[in-house]
Design a protein around this ligand. Structure first.
Ligand code: FCB
Length: 475
């Protein structure tokens, strides 16, 4: 055979076996809120509480994915996705949070998993993406350590049914949001505003992760991967003064090390305990909890959108403090003296500065601090004010640019030795963006919520081409 007849060598910009995916979450897309035996979650309650979600939007119908999952999986296949990260609705799998599994709820996920596998798409399951059964909230929610035990039972029920076909399981998505936005600033369900409650919920969520990991291991084949997804912050000091550096240390503690230390080292960081000593004595940490929390996991999921720039507060500065989380009350316990400064760069429709270097910084930091822990980018993406033009097309050049920059950061990180094995674009579909309702569109596929029509945006075509070639196009 002559050299000319050989196929062109396939050169990918990304590591061999790199997983290309997209992500969603149950409450944000499923709808069918009162079908198939599902009970209400804290997000059903919260979205019905006047003033909590823009426009009074709820997840009652959302993208109607519960009924349209076949069409959605077909879209994924058309785009060439290798994996799909979705969450199970706890109140669908175990309505009311206790008792036996709801077989009708599990049947839905069974069908979804089979549909995915039938199209060669690997299912990646998250157990908790914020939709706590309301009945468990009524019994104390994440302020009660019993909730962590209920979570482990739910994890076991789900694994028993789906574990033969789902290779990767994530216990929690972004427990920082559940604890600090749910119990600190109150902009997420259950909408409470108490620093001590935020830290209590934080610990019980981590306990749920640990107990859930054990429950999963007991049910799943030994080949299964168990992970945790965190929205770690790429924290940068606003300046070089000792006060700025101390502010950055403080927020790094509350955003990052408050998770990484207990999960990977089995202890809470001493400086975080000291910083929060006036808030709580951490008496909710019981003997043995940290051993549970630090059970080995197989990979860590990272969700990244924008960096976090912090400096020392200047009381003479009349500018309002900005924490990037849209609430008037700070989500952070013990952030006295800290000022949040917007990063440079253009902004997305969320007002979040676009800064791909933050993702590179985060990934390389984790390479150095958690040697050998495989990483996945489990969420990354951007909201823009997309609309479908008279021809029916949705042009979203800003999202293409955002994705290009951030995928380039992943590529650079991999080239610099970061063990990053995959990327999941947030999100497959425009969906219910929590307290922002349907007003913020993160999808690579546009959803017309009145007709439920799906239209792949230009970014979806662009991403499909990246997946197909394994390369980022020339700019
Ligand atoms: C993350 C959430 C996800 C979505 C994106 C924009 O914090 O995990 O559900 O809302 O932000």
């Amino acid at each position: 055979m002559s050299v000319a007849a050989l196929p062109a060598p396939v050169r990918s910009d990304f590591p061999t076996g790199f997983v290309w995916g997209a992500a969603t979450a149950a409450y944000q897309i499923e709808g069918a809120a009162a079908e198939g035996g599902r009970s209400p979650s804290i997000w059903d309650t919260f979205s019905r509480t006047p003033g909590k979600v823009r426009n009074g939007d709820t997840g009652d119908i959302a993208c109607d994915h519960y009924h349209r999952y076949r069409e959605d999986v077909a879209l994924m296949a058309e785009l060439g996705l290798g994996a799909y990260r979705f969450s199970l609705s706890w109140p669908r799998v175990r309505p009311g949070g206790t008792g036996p599994a709801n077989e009708t709820g599990l049947d839905f996920y069974d069908r979804l998993v089979d549909e995915l596998l039938g199209k060669g798409i690997t299912p990646v399951v998250t157990l908790y993406h914020w939709d706590l059964p309301q009945a468990l909230e009524d019994a104390g929610g994440w302020l009660d350590r019993e909730t962590a035990y209920r979570f482990a039972e739910y994890a076991a029920l789900a694994a028993r049914r789906l574990g033969d076909r789902v290779p990767t399981w994530t216990t929690l998505n972004e427990p920082w949001c559940s604890a600090f936005l749910g119990y600190g600033s109150g902009v997420h369900a259950p909408g409470r505003t108490s620093p001590v409650e935020a830290l209590t919920a934080h610990h019980h969520l981590l306990l749920a992760h640990g107990l859930g990991t054990a429950a999963l291991r007991a049910e799943l084949p030994s080949s299964a991967q168990v992970s945790l997804t965190l929205n770690l912050a790429a924290v940068r000091p606003a300046g070089r003064t000792p006060a700025d550096l101390d502010a950055a240390r403080r927020i790094d503690g509350l955003a990052n090390r408050i998770f990484l230390d207990p999960v990977f080292k089995g202890s809470y960081p001493a400086d975080v305990l000291a910083d929060t000593a006036h808030v709580t004595d951490w008496g909710f940490v019981h003997d043995g909890d940290l051993a549970e929390i630090s059970r080995p996991i197989d990979s860590l999921g990272i969700n990244y959108y924008t960096p976090t720039v912090v400096g020392a507060d200047d009381p003479s500065d009349p500018a309002p403090r900005q924490d990037g989380h849209a609430g008037e009350i700070s989500p952070w316990p013990a952030d006295e003296g800290v000022r949040f400064v917007p990063a440079e760069g253009s902004r997305t429709a969320m007002g979040w500065p676009v800064d791909a270097d933050g993702l590179y910084e985060l990934l390389t930091r984790l390479r150095d601090e958690l040697p050998g822990v495989p990483l996945l980018v489990t969420e990354n993406g951007a909201a823009y004010d997309d609309y479908s033009d008279p021809s029916g097309a949705v042009h979203d050049p800003e999202r293409v640019a955002y994705l290009h920059g951030h995928l380039d950061a992943v590529r650079r990180a991999a080239a610099d030795g970061v063990p990053v094995g995959g990327y999941f674009l947030w999100s497959l579909l425009d969906n219910f963006e929590w307290s922002f309702g349907y007003g913020k569109r993160f999808g690579m596929v546009h959803v017309d919520f009145a007709s439920q029509r799906r239209t792949p945006k230009d970014s979806a075509r662009w991403y499909a081409e990246v997946i197909r070639t394994g390369r980022l196009p020339e700019e």
